[in-house]
Design a protein. Sequence first.
Length: 280
Amino acid sequence: ELIFRLDIPPVVSVMTALVLAIMIGLATVWTKSEVFENLLDNFQKMVLLLINRILIPILPFFIAANFCALSYEGAITKQLPVFLGVMVIVIISQFVWLSFLYALAGAVSKKNPWQVLKYYGPAYLTAVGTMSSAATLAVALKCAKKSPVLKDDVIDFAVPLFSNIHLCGSILTEVFFVMTVSLMLYGSLPSLTVMILFIILLGIFAIGAPGVPGGTVIASLGIVISILGFDEAGTALLLTIFALQDSFGTACNITGDGALTLIMTKASCRRSAKPKKINS
């Protein structure tokens, strides 16, 4: 039994918070309100500071404690082999998605995507080691600028942008793992409609997820609980197994940014090639 328990209910529901955040963001952009823009920027810095100083240092102990609990209950011998098998499937699916993404970028840009992908090896390995998109950003910029088919001005804009909002590997991983946890703990997979809603909301939440280890799954815990109905045991297990492969998800995120940068380079070339109108 738990020695100490402290339940902190959310201030507002998950859907209320999501809709409110979207509406405030759109209104700030449309009205060009500098007051709210500065307020949101400062609020983002405050949240990231709290995550880096409080949440990230506690997370390894939380995951270790969950492994201890699973070992004590004897579940680790039954569940860990299943999760390791799912991890292999996830990593393979990440490489399949990267292949599709670079093939699409090559088709759109009419350039050889290998001229981008072959330079991303150091960025991939750095992401595997750091598990952080933010920590890998400097290496990713160096790798992208080695490519002869990418424009430097597009790289300086696109790579930092996508490192914060393009989290394809993390989203792909979390979708696989929530289905696995649901099947193992609750005996059934979520329905198709529930999974479609969850994936759509997960994509929206991932745009605002911090580029820190476990940022995607932490940002999505609200919809994991409210949409999928996970309890404390489900969310704890999800956090634990997500940490096992977070490095590969981050590496997929960073490497995929190169394909999107190639597409943006093509779009930039098309825009610059348009003739400018001369007012008579």
